[in-house]
Design a protein around this ligand. Sequence first.
Ligand code: PRT
Ligand code: ZN
Length: 303
Amino acid sequence: MSASTSAPARDRLRIAIQKSGRLADPARSLLAACGLSWRQSRDKLFCFGESLPVDLLLVRDDDIPGLIADGVCDLGVVGLNELDEQAKARRRIGLADAYQPLRGLGFGQCRLMIAVPDEWEWQGVQQLVGKRIATSYPAILAAWLKEKNVDAQVVELSGSVEIAPKLGTADLICDLVSSGATLAANQLRPVETLLDSEAVLAGPVHELDDARAGLMAMLLRRLDGLTRAQDRKLLMFSAEEAHVDELARLLPDAEPLLRLPGQGSAVRLQAMCNGALSWQRLEELERAGAQELMVLAVEKSLA
Ligand code: PRT
Ligand code: ZN
């Protein structure tokens, strides 16, 4: 039985995104690139979907997993770190899983890492036994320590984790790292990675059974289309017929070449390439007889 059977049928999809912060702008841009548009300005908490019945709720990132669990929102854009932390915290108190990551979104990349004072000579996880570790991710850290069979004390802090060792409230920390500058500025050094994180589209564990299911499927298809498009380039060029086989051999990562009539004995060719097309590769193709080479970015794809 689906979890939503008892809930009233809804015909509008609701997506929670961060109101302000690191994930706010990229989340809005990505959803806009999926063809969604909204009536409200960005400082409002609710944005009414105009182009499609898909509304936005602008909230703190910490609230997003709970909003999905409670059925207030159907989807959310949130860091995998936050989603995983709250999922593990639920499991610890015996609650069933209520959300899951549906797609990685390719932004908000960071790592949840153990960082120790610079002066420590790192010898491995057993060095953590008996130590106090400050973190805003107590459930992930506790699960990791258990897996490593390390008995250490988890000191939960809601912010400014990196100054805990200096303040003497902890011996080391477990925090998010992207450039590493914050750690360096606090004389800390990353030594172990607990989680590789990025922004994800999170959704319920049970399938929806009303009009929202179709909207969700369409949104996921468009997201996949954008991801696929990012990796693809359309290569266009012309060549003498005699060179075409050799040029095709130089493009093993391309879908079959499309041939169009050209001038005289030349043909015009198009190839959809899935790999990078460096200057070096273009010059190699030129030496093998390709002329008028042009590389075009693919914006959207339902292929
Ligand atoms: O107000 P709200 O609660 O919504 O926002 P927030 O302040 O909790 O979140 P925000 O906007 O800081 O981060 C949102 C999400 O961005 C996080 O949950 C991560 O998924 C992702 N993200 C990516 C990061 C970082 N990179 C990051 N570097 N979140 C935080 N940081 C912090 C980190 O905690 C540390 O303090 O940046 C510092 C380290 O950065 P570097 O570059 O010095 O290593
Ligand atoms: Zn937050």
